[in-house]
Design a protein around this ligand. Structure first.
Ligand SMILES: C[S@@+](CC[C@H](N)C(=O)[O-])C[C@H]1O[C@@H](n2cnc3c(N)ncnc32)[C@H](O)[C@@H]1O
Length: 279
């Protein structure tokens, strides 16, 4: 396949409701996280039973495609399929991309620029910090309309809190949870996805969980994932400091204490992958 280069320039901005200001560091975080997730999911980019369809050639949509990392990976594995990414941040859209990929600058909350029954498979991942719970539910309904009969919708989200949290990590997770709830977002929307899918008529809804290490004590993957989680914290640091009424030095201390816990406590974050079929 052709070259996959993502657009990186000096811009940074908030898009839609997304709580993290997107800049180069955050783009790197999204790209590295893709490879960590794939590695921890038995080297797979999806769970739905669509490998043969993808190999034959189908139409795929990825919502909130970011720098296009998932699409680039998938489009090279399945050159006969076509992949469309929708992304609200124009500067995230790749300018050079393989011929079986397309990227559209669009706010999914303002509607989706495709007619019903357009796609065989729709994928959306890591959008917990982008939508209120009601918006998430509404988007699932709209995405199901976009699916062709027998098509699959697949979603993947991470819980805001972790397993085996140290005291600083717990404090941060609690405060993040409060921030989300104030914005009508659900820190545990991952646990609702299968409910929404069933509510809107998807069949054979399947759910799987995977625990990802975030501590340096868990080898290369733990260390790399810990770095991405740490970058994520830097992306919300100012918002969090305001919420917790911390001074600048206190906020820096919190971040340093968090880093120490990543180095010394074996903590794990939970991802949920869910898919269902439109019959
Ligand atoms: C955490 S990133 C996830 C990127 C990608 N899905 C992945 O998992 O690698 C969330 C992405 O969704 C985009 N986004 C947020 N709100 C959006 C909206 N309303 N419409 C389209 N894209 C949106 C953000 O700009 C960001 O690129």
């Amino acid at each position: 396949m052709g070259i996959s280069l993502s657009t990186k320039n000096k811009k940074e901005s908030y898009g839609g409701n997304y709580m993290i200001k997107v800049n180069e560091e955050q783009i790197d975080r999204i790209q590295v996280l893709h490879h960590i997730l794939k590695t921890c999911c038995d080297n797979t980019n999806f769970s739905a039973p669509i490998s043969q369809d993808l190999a034959r050639g189908i139409r795929v949509l990825d919502v909130g495609s970011g720098p296009g990392t998932w699409i680039f990976d998938m489009s090279s594995d399945f050159p006969r399929s076509t992949f469309t990414g929708i992304e609200i941040q124009s500067f995230m859209l790749p300018t050079i991309h393989p011929s079986n990929t397309h990227f559209i600058h669009n706010d999914i909350l303002q509607g989706i620029p495709f007619p019903p029954n357009s796609f065989d498979y729709i994928h959306m991942r890591n959008m917990t910090l982008c939508f209120t719970e009601n918006q998430y539910e509404q988007i699932i309904r709209e995405l199901i309309d976009l699916l062709k009969p027998n098509g699959y919708l697949e979603l993947c989200e991470q819980d805001i809190s972790c397993y085996n949290m140290g005291p600083v990590t717990r404090k941060i997770a609690d405060e993040m949870g409060k921030l989300l709830i104030q914005r009508s977002m659900n820190p545990f929307v991952a646990s609702r996805l299968h409910v929404f899918m069933k509510k809107f008529g998807l069949q054979t809804v399947q759910r799987g969980m995977v625990m990802l290490p975030i501590s340096e004590l868990d080898g290369k993957i733990g260390s790399l994932h810990g770095q991405t989680v740490f970058s994520g914290l830097l992306g919300v640091k100012d918002m969090l400091a305001k919420q917790m009424k911390l001074t600048g030095p206190e906020a820096s201390q919190l971040v340093n204490d968090y880093r120490k816990e990543l180095q010394s406590i074996r903590m794990y974050s939970k991802y949920t992958r869910v898919y269902g079929q439109k019959i």
